[in-house]
Design a protein around this ligand. Structure first.
Ligand code: DP6
Length: 362
């Protein structure tokens, strides 16, 4: 497929006004997207677990303008109050998607959005937020284009979400989503996420992710800036190749349910991500001392108890603790006894692998 396939082919008879509401989950990457080309094309393929509890709910109310606006006409309401500081990001998103949603200048939009997780938790809301917004906007197109199948809708929603934030394209569906061209994965695409097409052992079906909130403040370097620093990075070529190799290795790991290999690969990916940050120019560190303390505790616990519990990191200090359903009680006990002390105000979020976005009644 090419980008042209996402441009509506005929003029749509769109409604005067209406509203749509979607709840879209966050996701946690196992093989990380870090580095991008123009037009939100990833420099390497990635794969993630879709989450369940961490989500953004967005309602978009739209009303036709008497004449199309010069710029985009919208209000942004975040958790009940107008939020001007979010508008530039939405504006950029509208600019990027207007070709694919040609009706955007014909309406005034009221975008009301809220997260299930605390705003200052350090959990990125761009993935769930851009996914929820894309789904609402695409629902307007679908209301006038009944020929659009569910599969086409999901694909285009992922395509649009990617233009808002790369990782958002993995937040439309569940439970294991792959994004980015990969030789060994038929149908894989740089343009949108797909459901992982190979066999996955049941051990990965109810996987848990307990998110330890180590540091809740703003990140010192945004993901977008971090991606940019992969351009000309001395290790970029090898890193991108490594992501391809890791996706290839995961095929066997997933089908066999090989937890040891899974944990080794996922932790290596997390540390490689941060190693790329530490070796960028300029370099930066997003981990905090407590991030490392937690990692060491997890390694010690795993070694002494043989419990299959591992960690991954996103672009921040928080630690995602991953474990299968079969060791849930043990893992929670360990987290409470030994890890919560390293969390800011003792805060953590119990999440698990989920099934993707849902449309809600307005
Ligand atoms: C470390 O998707 O937030 O979480 O495309 O610039 O919006 P933009 O970046 P973003 O980057 C996510 C990076 C990551 C890894 C991942 O989710 O794969």
């Amino acid at each position: 497929m090419t980008t042209n396939d996402f441009i509506p082919k005929k003029k749509l008879d769109l409604p005067e006004k209406g509203s749509f509401k979607w709840k879209a989950p966050s996701n946690i990457a196992l093989v990380k997207y870090w580095g991008k080309l123009e037009h939100q094309i990833p420099a390497n393929p990635s794969i993630s677990f879709t989450l369940d509890a961490c989500a953004t709910t967005t309602k978009v109310t739209f009303e036709k303008l008497t004449k199309p606006s010069e710029g985009f006409s919208f209000d942004l309401i975040f958790e009940g109050s107008k939020k001007e500081s979010f508008k530039p990001k939405i504006n950029t998103f509208f600019e990027r998607v207007q070709e694919y949603l040609p009706f955007l200048r014909a309406y005034h939009f009221t975008i009301e959005t809220s997260n299930s997780f605390p705003h200052s938790s350090g959990i990125a809301s761009s993935a769930s937020g851009m996914a929820a917004l894309s789904l609402c906007l695409l629902s307007i197109e679908r209301s006038a284009n009944r020929e659009m199948s569910d599969a086409q809708f999901d694909k285009k929603a992922s395509f649009l979400a990617r233009l808002g934030s790369g990782s958002a394209c993995r937040s439309i569906k569940g439970d294991l989503i792959q994004w980015g061209n990969h030789q060994g994965i038929p149908e894989s695409s740089d343009l949108f996420g797909i459901n992982y097409p190979f066999e996955v052992h049941p051990i990965f079906k109810n996987y848990h992710d307990t998110i330890l909130l180590v540091h809740k403040g703003e990140k010192v370097v945004s993901s977008t800036v971090g991606h940019g620093l992969m351009q000309g990075h001395p290790f970029a070529k090898n890193r991108f190749q490594q992501a391809h190799d890791n996706l290839q290795k995961l095929k066997d790991v997933f089908s066999k349910g090989d937890l040891d290999q899974f944990m080794a690969l996922v932790e290596s990916e997390a540390l490689t991500l941060h190693a790329m940050m530490m070796s960028s120019s300029p370099y930066f560190i997003l981990m905090h001392p407590n991030t490392l303390r937690i990692i060491n505790k997890i390694w010690e616990f795993r070694k002494t108890t043989q419990t299959p519990i591992c960690f991954t990191l996103d672009a921040g200090a928080n630690v995602h603790v991953l474990y299968p359903e079969t060791v849930k009680e043990k893992a929670i006990q360990f987290i409470q006894d030994q890890l919560v002390v390293y969390c800011e105000n003792g805060h953590y979020i119990c999440d698990r692998i989920g099934n993707g976005a849902k449309e809600l009644k307005v």
